[in-house]
Design a protein around this ligand. Structure first.
Ligand code: BES
Ligand code: ZN
Length: 613
């Protein structure tokens, strides 16, 4: 790619060209009193060249007790700590491996209470208030704080695990469940066993321990959560099997066995995370009307794009997310119609505009394929890989003959690269070879601009606005309303609108110059948005109020960033609060006070957003 042929992963110390992990066997003992996991990780590694005599693994804040190779104690050393990569762990093999030969390297270690992958919740922080809770979030490069491993998406391995936890609690992992028993070493504990037989990258390793219950929601699906939410979740995500079947029709068989959902506590930093066999989701999706279930369609789609075909490094993250958004919207198209897909795509384009504005139109992190050699993937995260990626795929769909033709390509792409990791160059070669009779069309695409230039894409798609027209009209009325016209608004304006259309209406207003204070006050009078629970609506409404400098919104926004920690909501609200002079000090105070109980990733990013580090 434009002089960057090297597909090595600058965010990992490990060298996949020297050695590659084939299997990982984990033995974990979860200790809530000290907030550590005491662990053994046995990696079956395979030499990728002759004469291999050492290997380097990624770690972060791990205490290493011992290393063995094929059962014999081995020398190991830890290097210097890097700001976001952590610390390389080099293990010396007491023998030399030939290319293709395997060895079992076992590391005994414990995690730090500050492990960036883990959030330890006290009983008071849970819905049930009775039992503590632990969950992991490894994407992009946090797995190394839980397991010493080749923490790069270019390496895939199977895994199995035995997890010891207090016997009142349940452990789940991103794998199929493989039995449970009383812990023979400690009768107050239970061991849960897991087996993942499909090779997958380290960032998909996931663990949760809590007082969990489940409900069956489909032939291969359960929803898990604390008992307080489990019935609401079973209703909200009722369409899961329909979505899985739709996805299989589009992409081929689902190979992972079970597809379960886990509804996490509100501090979970993302909307959803595609952990194999067990998608993790935020409780902010529990809107009561299934209106936010596109996130489930998205995570289901990752079972193909991301989990089967994986970005080789985080610079090619758009291959995961752009394709997944495309498939998510194809599932929406199947379940509703083409007009609905067009409507959702309009919303996505606006998210892209906002991301470009937030980063700045010349910021290289707004490239579809950014250079990340000195950048923490968490700092690079934005809607750009999602929405610029989608816009490119949609543009190609239009050029090449429409959704059915383009799905033919995507299905072939998945078949060709299943179980492997790919770069943008691999993807592009595959595209040219699939459409070898349409090379003149493909050659008209300005690839360099799409991949390697910052800002908005070189081509703006033309989406059908019929489902957005009411939103556009209402937005226009509010942004131009004179004092006299304010009395013309009424409850009825929203009567015919779906939740998604209300979201769109508010998103459109957020692109306009801030509303007058009078206007937002009147909007509250007629639409009563202060009382709305739907997180996507509430989030946009509060931003609108803060931008209009409405002081009454300050406590509401501070509450929203405190009671939930989904970064999509928490970070922009914190930034808006910070930019509101009158709220700034209170905002910083709130953050400093809550930081100890926040998710480590969210806390780190909000601290940067508030210029505290
Ligand atoms: N894999 C991502 C979440 C993620 C990305 C975690 C990068 C850590 C680093 C997940 O599939 C995702 O994209 N979630 C979105 C869903 C939305 C696009 C429908 C989210 O969290 O909002
Ligand atoms: Zn995703």
């Amino acid at each position: 790619m434009a002089g960057r042929e090297d597909a090595s992963d600058s965010s990992s110390f490990s060298a996949p060209r020297e050695c590659s992990t084939r299997h990982l066997a984990l033995t974990l003992r979860v200790a809530f009193d000290t907030r550590v996991i005491q662990a053994r990780a046995a990696l079956t590694v395979e030499a990728q060249r002759d004469g291999l005599s050492a290997l380097t693994l990624d770690t972060r804040d791990l205490k290493i007790h011992k290393a063995t190779t094929n059962g014999l104690e081995a020398k190991f050393s830890l290097g210097d700590k890097h700001s976001f990569k952590g610390t390389p762990l080099t293990i010396t093999l007491p023998f030399k491996l030939l290319r293709g030969e395997q060895a079992v390297v076992e590391v005994s270690y414990e995690t730090s209470p500050e492990a960036s992958a883990l959030q330890w919740l006290t009983a008071e922080q849970t819905a049930g208030k009775e039992h503590p809770y632990l969950f992991s979030q490894c994407q992009a490069i946090h797995c190394r704080s839980m397991v010493p491993c080749q923490d790069t998406p270019s390496v895939k391995s199977t895994y199995c695990a035995r997890v010891s936890v207090p016997k009142e609690l349940v452990a789940l992992m991103s794998a199929n469940r493989d039995g449970e028993m009383i812990d023979a070493q400690d009768g107050s504990r239970k061991i849960y066993c897991f087996r993942q037989t499909v090779p997958m990258p380290s960032y998909l390793i996931a663990l949760v321990v809590g007082s969990l219950e489940s409900r069956v929601i489909g032939p291969r699906s359960r929803v898990w959560s604390e008992k307080e939410m489990v019935d609401a979740a079973a209703y909200e995500f009722e369409e899961t099997e329909t979505m899985l079947k739709t996805a299989e029709k589009l992409m081929g068989p689902y190979v992972w066995g079970q597809y379960d959902l886990l509804v996490l506590p509100p501090s979970f930093p993302y909307g959803g995370m595609e952990n194999p066999c067990l998608t993790f989701i935020t409780p902010t999706l529990l809107a009561g009307d299934k209106s936010l279930s596109n996130v489930i369609a998205h995570e289901i789609s990752h079972s193909w794009t991301g989990n089967l075909v994986t970005n080789k490094t985080w610079e090619h993250f758009w291959l995961n997310e752009g394709h997944t958004v495309y498939l998510e919207r194809m599932i929406g198209r199947s379940m509703f119609d083409e007009k609905f897909r067009q409507f959702v795509a309009i919303g996505g384009w606006k998210d892209l505009l906002e991301a470009v504005e937030t980063f700045g139109a010349t910021n290289p992190l707004t490239n579809l394929v950014p250079v990340l050699s000195d950048t923490d993937p968490d700092d690079a995260f934005s809607s750009v890989p999602y929405e610029k990626g989608f816009a490119l795929l949609y543009h190609l769909e239009e050029l090449l003959g429409g959704p059915d033709v383009f799905m033919g390509f995507l299905k072939a792409y998945i078949q060709i690269f299943a179980y492997s990791s790919v770069t943008t160059e691999d993807w592009k070669k595959c595209l040219y070879s699939y459409f070898n009779n349409k090379a003149e069309i493909l050659n008209k695409v300005d690839w360099k601009a799409w991949f390697h230039s910052p800002g908005i894409p070189p081509f703006k798609p033309n989406y059908d606005t019929s489902m957005a027209d009411d939103c556009i009209a209402l937005c226009k009325r509010w942004s131009t309303a004179t004092d006299a016209e304010l009395s013309c608004f009424g409850e009825a304006d929203l009567k015919q609108m779906s939740s998604q259309q209300k979201i769109e209406f508010l998103a459109l207003l957020l692109l306009e110059p801030p509303l007058c204070l009078k206007n937002v006050k009147r909007m509250q009078e007629v639409y009563k948005f202060n009382g709305i629970k739907n997180a996507e609506i509430r989030f946009r409404w509060l931003r609108l109020c803060l931008r209009a400098q409405w002081e009454e919104a300050i406590p509401l926004a501070l509450q929203m960033v405190t009671v939930q920690g989904r970064m999509k909501f928490t970070r922009p609200l914190y930034r808006d609060l910070y930019n509101f002079e009158k709220a700034r000090q209170q905002t910083i105070d709130t953050f400093v006070k809550n930081k100890p109980s926040m998710h480590p990733i969210t806390a780190a990013l909000v601290a940067k957003d508030l210029h505290l580090v």
